[in-house]
Design a protein around this ligand. Structure first.
Ligand code: TYM
Length: 346
């Protein structure tokens, strides 16, 4: 796999293009928000930004059609409620721009089976039942590469779980450029926020917070009520010790460390400051304050999301406008690629 530099938040921003995607499968949790969506909001003024609700990725596992439609609108509503501006950015659902699947096929002729076989997310998701997983789940990272390369994205804000897929996108771009002796595709770099790049489950600090975890107490949803948030934090797994005194001590205590990361990100406070504020205090006291800082972050987004969801026509119009703008860019890439590989396309 090709090496890349992981770029952190203090990166010098100069006219770069961002692309990122969120699946409308299951409900958006605070890991998605802190690891990805809040970053989208931070970058939207300095980057030309394109954000997609990747519904074609969602159907790699079966989805109820009504639930998929609702979930697509809900992700859009959460984007907007979090502060993404549809007039400054391109926001659309992937299936309205067919160039994603067109490029995906072409790139599947560039990517190697061996490269896909290394993808850990497929192994995790397919589990022991690999033979029964959909082919789409296996080739999913190629569609993701197409998403990114279609828009010549230079930077991709994602959580740590997507790093390997991004490396694959770089490998595919590099091979295509080499095969056709021209730099058709831009090599994308990940953008990650160190402390929130992997928010862990509230029930098990060694597993990431995930939409598909069977326990609803493993995650805080962006639409959870205040009472639900309080209950989930109360039940969050910790250890019998008091709060840590140092960063090093915190890092050796998975569950507490995860809660400190969440606190620090929600309160916009340096983690060291949070550690010194609560050093040697009872965990229950910290949990009470943590509940409050999470509610301060989630409640306004949740209220706005619910308001936005009352006007489906407005939301669908935003997606369709975004798709029109996205097509203007993606059509040009497809024309360039078709020409390069020898397709007659008048
Ligand atoms: P998805 O829908 O699983 O997750 C959306 C974003 O949330 C991040 N994320 C997390 N960040 C921190 N802690 C966590 N526990 C956590 N869980 C999820 C993900 O890293 C992601 O940034 N394959 C992608 C969607 C995609 C995409 C793309 C992303 C499709 N095409 C092109 C970027 C560029 C996915 O399944 O994300």
């Amino acid at each position: 796999m090709l090496e890349y530099n992981t770029i952190y938040l203090d990166y010098n921003m100069n006219d770069k293009v961002i692309f990122s995607g969120v699946q409308p499968s299951g409900e958006i949790h605070i890991g998605n928000y802190l690891g990805a969506i809040s970053q989208f909001v931070d970058y939207q003024t300095d980057y030309k930004s394109i954000f997609s609700i990747v519904d074609l990725h969602a159907i790699t596992v079966w989805q109820d059609s009504e639930a998929l439609r609702n979930s697509t609108r809900e992700v859009l509503a959460i984007f907007l409620a979090s502060g993404l501006d549809e007039s400054k950015n391109i926001i659309f659902n992937q299936s309205q721009v067919p160039e994603h699947t067109q490029l995906s096929w072409i790139l599947s002729c560039t990517a190697k089976v061996g490269w896909l076989n290394r993808m850990t997310q497929f192994k995790d998701k397919a589990g022991k039942n690999k033979e029964n997983a959909s082919v789409g789940l296996y080739t999913y990272p190629i569609l993701m590469a197409a998403d990114i390369l279609l828009y010549s994205a230079s930077h991709v804000p994602v959580g740590d779980d997507q790093k390997q897929h991004l490396e694959l996108a770089r490998d595919i771009a590099h091979k295509f450029n080499t095969d056709y002796s021209e730099n058709i595709f831009v090599m994308p770099e990940p953008l990650m926020n160190k402390s929130t790049t992997r928010i862990m489950s509230l029930r098990d600090g060694s597993n990431k917070m995930s939409k598909s975890d069977i326990s609803e107490y493993s995650r805080i949803l962006m639409t959870d009520s205040n009472d639900k948030i309080a209950l989930k934090i109360k039940k969050a797994k910790t250890d019998p010790l008091k709060m840590p005194n140092t960063l090093k001590e915190s890092e050796s205590r998975l569950e507490v460390n995860n809660l400190l990361n969440i606190y620090s990100a929600c309160a916009l406070m340096k983690k060291e400051e949070v550690i010194s504020k609560y050093a040697s205090k009872e965990i229950s006291l910290f949990k009470n304050d943590l509940t409050e800082v999470i509610i301060n972050k989630v409640e306004p987004i949740s209220i706005k999301t619910k308001q936005l969801l009352t006007d489906k026509v407005h939301l669908d119009n935003i997606l369709s406008m975004g798709a029109t703008k996205a097509k203007e860019i993606s059509c040009k890439t497809i024309a360039k690629v078709y020409d390069k590989i020898g397709m007659i396309n008048k």
